[in-house]
Design a protein around this ligand. Structure first.
Ligand SMILES: Nc1nc2c(ncn2[C@@H]2O[C@H](COP(=O)(O)OP(=O)(O)OP(=O)(O)O)[C@@H](O)[C@H]2O)c(=O)[nH]1
Ligand SMILES: [Mg+2]
Length: 261
């Protein structure tokens, strides 16, 4: 089967919500603590070495970086690499401005169909991650927790962190939010099929015919339904045009609040 994620291309870096591309197709945001492995996860998923900037230096990703996923030459989905939280080297004013842009993105982006929360499996979900989960809960944005770097754990440690995290997410699911979890190693490419399947379910639902053997509906290539397809028709005003803007690496870094308001 064709792997649409392998077709991903860098589209644009946005420092503000107003610079984001049109909300025309389902979009998945990758969030998590700085250095957790968000950019690496996107690169691994897309089978690309340096699509998203990954680095040992925490705070490498400092803008909202958009990547398009293609099918038959059309953009059918977007992956968004967000700046990590928990690493602050900026003034209060700058941090405030950034948090506000990120917060606006996460709450106002109509095409956002889910958030992948990358968390280092050696630490599991930490307060800032829970702040994010609890913050997204009222909006019913599905979250998928990816416990990264499990190549550094023993099999027993992996089983424990998976079990404990799943258990910790039970109350969230009981409240009606979809919260799932998996183990992941970009180094070993373990958990890749599970992540691909989950994301396909989010951005290429079966009725789209994309990512399955069914023919796609050419009139609705993204298979988008509900608010997304509405926003698609509302925002087709050229905002989807490819941009030549390079992924930039400014020197300052935002930090999301632990309990975003
Ligand atoms: N061993 C191991 N290292 C990993 C894995 N995933 C990422 N890393 C390493 O972790 C470091 C941080 O990875 P990034 O992908 O840049 O992390 P990030 O979450 O995007 O970081 P920010 O952009 O700072 O928020 C890099 O040195 C990666 O090579 C993994 O699964 N296993
Ligand atoms: Mg990054």
């Amino acid at each position: 089967m064709l792997n649409n994620f392998h077709s991903a291309r860098f589209e644009i870096s946005a420092a503000k919500l107003s610079q984001c591309p049109g909300a025309s197709v389902p979009e998945v945001a990758f969030v998590g603590r700085s250095n957790a492995g968000k950019s690496t996860a996107i690169n691994t998923l897309c089978n690309h070495r340096q699509l998203a900037y990954a680095s040992r230096t925490p705070g490498r990703t400092q803008l909202l970086n958009f990547f398009t996923v293609q099918h038959d030459g059309q953009t059918i989905a977007r992956l968004v690499d967000l700046p990590g939280y928990g690493f602050a080297q900026v003034s209060r004013d700058e941090k405030g401005a950034w948090d506000s842009e990120l917060g606006s993105y996460l709450t106002e982006r109509p095409s956002l169909v889910g958030c992948v929360i990358i968390a280092d499996a050696r630490r599991g979900l930490l307060p800032l991650d829970w702040g994010m989960i609890n913050w997204l809960a009222p909006r019913r944005t599905p979250v998928h927790v990816v416990l990264s770097k499990v190549d550094k754990l023993t099999n027993q440690e992996k089983a424990i962190v998976l079990r404990d995290t799943r258990k910790a997410l039970e109350p969230v699911n009981a409240q009606g939010q979809r919260a799932t979890v998996q183990l992941w190693s970009a180094l070993k490419k373990s958990g890749l099929t599970e992540l691909e399947d989950l994301l396909r379910g989010w951005v290429m639902p079966p009725e789209s015919g994309i990512g399955t053997d069914m023919p796609a509906d050419p009139a609705n290539p993204a298979g988008a339904t509900g608010p997304i397809s509405q926003s698609a028709s509302a925002s087709r005003s050229g905002a989807d045009e490819p941009s030549s803007t390079a992924q930039t690496k400014p020197s300052n870094k935002p930090e999301l609040p632990s309990e975003p308001a």
